[in-house]
Ligand binder design. Structure first.
Ligand code: GLA
Length: 416
């Protein structure tokens, strides 16, 4: 597949800004732009790393990278955001990481992975601009990884189809220290306008589903940043370890009892063999409380994803909303990745008239996603201002605090 779009007549504001800053910074025009969207996950949280299906969509907020190929193997990239210092490094397999949490690690990640796998050696000068809220659970970091990955593959003549590209970028991002799944990179490259996507893993597949015309997903930022490199990374990796450990104990018990004949390949396989009820019943009998809760979240969330997709196909807004509520409860009680603010925001969303609401992304802060119908959007937004943002004295500028998510197209390269 070729992601190069013909030059568009309408230049997006992000393209204009990154292009102008590039020209000022480097004294020449960029030759290309790589754009990659953020995402919002509708349902299926903390289960992609267990190879269970998830259901996200790409959104209209994007990372935009203006770039120009260099003659050597250096990458020099700056952000228009003054808080981010310029990053410069040479592309070699085994690039030394910046300090944990440094944005440069999300630039180095794809360079390192592509150097290891494809021996790429050609770098670029680049300027980055993004309107994806940062540290808010909307995948600003995976969008950056994908944009840089696209630029590097393009410059170095590495041709990858959508799904293999997503796989490579998912591996690449683990360079940053988070043992994440592959949802974010896949939807950011493979999203379709007007569609959400059911994503399955090992092997990676995507099936796109038209979002009903009258459905509106609203994203509301709790205002609490999720610093992926700090506390959130530690808890994220711990949850993965705990749920992996829970699976090991349950499968060993099932083997001992002759319920299964050979080691299962993962949660998906176990669910297929035992079914939801027996799997949970057995887990409850053999696991200590915390591990049982982690196990129960993974199993029930996987089942909710399948049901939610059926409900969207039938246009059942109330049913889908109910599952979002159930997902949030499971993330709050069983997986313990919510926060006081996210819980309050979810309650406010419901009181404001949303059909359902849940934390989205890794949790620990960041955003809530809620579902409502087109004609109720204004009422729900008013309720959010009155119930959450107003009392906290937070800005209700819809650009920063809350906005209606538009299911959007995946990443691409634009050639000037
Ligand atoms: C982060 C990770 C994803 C996924 C979500 C939680 O966004 O990058 O792979 O695990 O958290 O669903």
């Amino acid at each position: 597949m070729n992601w190069t779009n013909p030059r568009q007549v309408d230049r997006s504001p992000l393209e204009l800004v990154s292009g102008e800053v590039f020209a000022k910074e480097f004294g020449v025009q960029p030759t290309h732009f790589a754009r990659a969207p953020g995402r919002v996950n509708l349902i299926g949280e903390h289960i992609d790393y267990h190879d269970l299906p998830v259901f996200p969509m790409a959104i209209q907020r994007e990372a935009y990278l203006a770039f120009r190929c260099r003659d050597d193997g250096f990458v020099r990239i700056r952000s228009v955001c003054e808080d981010f210092e310029e990053v410069e490094f040479e592309i070699v397999p085994g690039i030394t990481a910046s300090s944990p949490g440094h944005w440069g690690n999300y630039v180095k990640a794809p360079a390192d992975e592509l150097a290891r796998r494809f021996a790429i050696s050609r770098g670029f000068d680049g300027v980055l601009v993004s309107d994806i809220p940062i540290a808010a659970g909307l995948s600003s970091s995976s969008a950056l990884v994908n944009a840089v990955g696209l630029a590097l593959t393009h410059i170095n003549g590495v041709v990858l189809e959508t799904l293999p590209f997503a796989d490579v970028m998912a591996d690449a991002e683990r360079y940053t220290g988070t043992r994440g799944g592959g949802m974010d990179q896949a939807i950011s490259i493979g999203g379709h306008a007007h569609h959400a996507a059911q994503i399955e893993f090992s092997p990676l597949t995507m099936s796109h589903m038209l979002v009903p015309e009258r459905w509106r997903f609203i994203i509301a930022n709790s205002g609490v940043r999720v610093e992926k490199s700090g506390y959130a990374m530690g808890v994220y990796n711990a949850r993965r370890d705990e749920s992996e450990q829970a699976l090991r104990i349950v499968t060993n018990t099932a083997l001992d009892r002759g319920l299964i004949r050979s080691q299962v390949t993962g949660y998906k396989n176990l669910l297929e063999i035992l079914g939801e009820d027996i799997a949970i019943e057995m887990a409850e009998a053999v696991l200590e409380r915390t591990l049982f809760q982690r196990f129960r979240h993974v199993i029930t969330e996987a089942v909710r994803v399948g049901t939610a997709i059926d409900l969207m196909a039938r246009g059942d807004v109330q049913g889908f909303g109910w599952l979002m509520d159930a997902s949030h409860k499971s993330l709050r009680v069983d997986y313990e990745v919510s926060s006081v603010e996210l819980d309050e925001l979810v309650v406010v969303c419901r009181e404001a008239g949303a059909a359902g609401a849940r934390l989205t992304g890794a949790g620990f802060g960041g955003c809530v996603i809620m579902l409502t119908e087109q004609d109720k959007v204004d009422v729900v937004l008013e309720g959010l201002s009155r119930g959450y943002y107003g009392p906290r004295g937070m800005s209700t500028d819809t650009d920063q605090s809350h906005f209606v998510a538009r299911p959007s197209a995946g990443a691409s390269i634009i050639t000037l």
